[in-house]
Design a protein around this ligand. Structure first.
Ligand SMILES: Nc1nc2c(ncn2[C@@H]2O[C@H](COP(=O)(O)OP(=O)(O)OP(=O)(O)O)[C@@H](O)[C@H]2O)c(=O)[nH]1
Length: 520
């Protein structure tokens, strides 16, 4: 299982806050540290990272007692070592949850399918799924399925149903994993029955790999490696801390600000999925602040929820007219807070991803890739870190469309996108540049390392067998690469990577060419 970026960034923020505390003891910093530590503890618990949990608990205990007594150099050293230990443990790979006997497949990549014996899926489906690292276990009766569910928890359970009776035959026990239905029927009545039976997704039958993978990548369950981010604007820091603790306990990451004037800067830096704000604050009230936020084009869509004691309907309606998304009337119960915040924030995140991604592959679209590239490039220059840009193009792709059909061509595009997503880091940017051309941005990676990585990817992808109804084939790609070293703007970076791609094609395709400065 890859390293959890969330745990790493939480641990890094804790380390930063802890170092600040050693310089200046400040109750606000202590509270922030405690909230981060609670959040890390919750996530580490869910991930089963026991050594990290223990180290984090010890660190929290050290800090709890810190202000109560005097400290020598040894104490400071011990605290620093503990901070660094937590950071190191957070960057270790998370333990696999694979139950005994299931082999080495990631549990989330093991799927159970319940179908009648007459409908067993074609072996090609299992093979195609295997190309993306998924294993499909097929059961032709509910009893053996229940036994298997008792022993293992798959990433999802898919149940075939023709919905020809009034209601779906209930499962002996509802699985803990997401439940999907698949059916030759796609009408409203069938979908209604599926939803009533607890279905979280609905797939056509016969199963299509693309539809299945698309559904599995939707947030059916909370994404614990990329938790929802909530910005709290509340002048009473104790109250904000209370809300933050509740949201943190439910896996969300929070940032608290007490002054409305800090809001715009905090939104840019923290990139929240939702803003929870007090309606009455001394510097500026919530309504004026909401208006300011809504006037910024890039911040316009972020959901805003007011926290208020206000019960007068006309005041609430005025705020709704401003584009505020809802109200929570104080005192707010933990349950109401968590449900209101998490549903709205995840919906916003999903809608945002539709706008910024290409509909076929789910990768960043051209304009968003470039917006993000500009940001990463500027950051790399500022931090004096390398960054590599890759332009990648499928070879002789026209022949694939001509020989196997446009649908098979589409499947190859999806296959490459998933392949890149599985193999690259979460911090890398992958975009569909257009047609059969892709762009990849590798922050922190210089030309040599990036060339090696791309060449490994090229080799592995070329070995994958593409399966289509008209036959099997293999697909290669060519790539051009340029690192930011000595390059002063994004346009030059892209042009150089592009001209290297051209050279890779000219050199016979199925290869990676990296830009190097011309000899003097
Ligand atoms: N199936 C499918 N095909 C696409 C899509 N976008 C572009 N194409 C096809 O990609 C092919 C690109 O063809 P060419 O530009 O001639 O390049 P090529 O055949 O890949 O050859 P080289 O790049 O020189 O190796 C065209 O046939 C396009 O129709 C898409 O979204 N789906």
């Amino acid at each position: 299982m890859p390293v959890s970026q969330t745990l790493v960034s939480l641990a890094q923020e804790m380390d930063h806050t802890g170092q600040q505390l050693l310089l200046r003891w400040d109750p606000e910093l202590v509270r922030r540290f405690t909230a981060l530590s609670q959040c890390l503890q919750g996530l580490a618990e869910q991930a089963g990272a026991e050594p990290l949990q223990r180290a984090n608990e010890e660190l929290a205990a050290m800090l709890r007692n810190w202000s109560k007594r005097r400290h020598g150099n040894d104490d400071v050293l011990a605290l620093r070592q503990h901070l660094s230990l937590v950071t190191q443990l957070a960057s270790l790979p998370l333990p696999s949850f694979t139950p005994p006997g299931v082999g080495t497949v990631q549990q989330s990549h093991r799927l159970f399918l319940l179908v009648p014996p007459a409908q067993l899926p074609a072996p090609a489906l299992l093979e195609q799924l295997a190309c993306f690292g998924y294993v499909l276990d097929v059961f032709d009766n509910a009893q053996t399925l229940q036994q298997a569910l008792f022993l293992h928890e798959p990433g999802a359970l898919i149940v075939y149903d023709e919905f020809d009776t009034d209601s779906v035959a209930p499962l002996a026990a509802m699985p803990a994993c997401p439940l999907l239905f698949t059916s030759p029927r796609r009408d409203f009545a069938a979908r209604l029955q599926a939803v009533r039976a607890g279905g979280q997704g609905f797939l056509g039958w016969p199963l299509s790999v693309r539809e299945l993978l698309d559904t599995l990548t939707l947030p059916l369950t909370p994404d614990r490696r990329n938790p929802l981010r909530v910005l709290l604007v509340e002048d009473m820091s104790s109250l904000a801390g209370l809300y933050a603790a509740v949201l943190n306990r439910h896996g969300m990451v929070t940032e608290e600000i007490t002054r409305p004037s800090q809001t715009l800067e905090a939104i840019e830096r923290f990139r929240p999925d939702l803003i929870l704000m007090d309606m009455y604050m001394p510097e500026c009230d919530g309504q004026a602040l909401a208006r300011i936020i809504r006037q910024q084009r890039l911040m316009d869509g972020i959901p805003i929820i007011f926290l208020t004691m206000e019960k007068r309907p006309h005041m609430q309606l005025d705020a709704l007219a401003l584009g505020v998304d809802g109200y929570l009337t104080k005192p707010v119960s933990s349950e109401e807070l968590v449900v209101t915040v998490s549903t709205r924030a995840s919906r916003y995140r999903q809608l945002r991803s539709y706008i910024s991604t290409d509909s076929l592959t789910g990768l960043l679209n051209h304009s968003h890739l470039f917006a993000r590239l500009e940001y990463e490039f500027a950051r790399a220059q500022r931090e004096r870190r390398p960054l590599s840009m890759v332009m990648l193009d499928l070879d002789h792709f026209k022949q694939v469309n001509d020989s196997y059909g446009h649908q098979a061509g589409d499947e190859v595009l999806v296959s490459l996108s998933r392949f890149l997503r599985e193999r690259l880091r979460r911090s890398d940017l992958i975009g569909r540049y257009g047609g059969e051309e892709f762009a990849i941005v590798l922050p922190g990676m210089g030309a040599e390392q990036a060339t090696r990585l791309l060449d490994d990817l090229r080799d592995a992808f070329a070995r994958l067998e593409q399966v289509s109804p008209r036959g099997r084939f293999r697909q290669t790609f060519s790539a051009g690469l340029c690192s930011s070293d000595g390059v002063w703007d994004v346009v030059a970076l892209v042009q150089r990577a592009d001209s290297m791609l051209y050279q890779a094609k000219a050199a016979g395709r199925n290869c990676v060419v990296s830009w190097s400065p011309p000899r003097e």
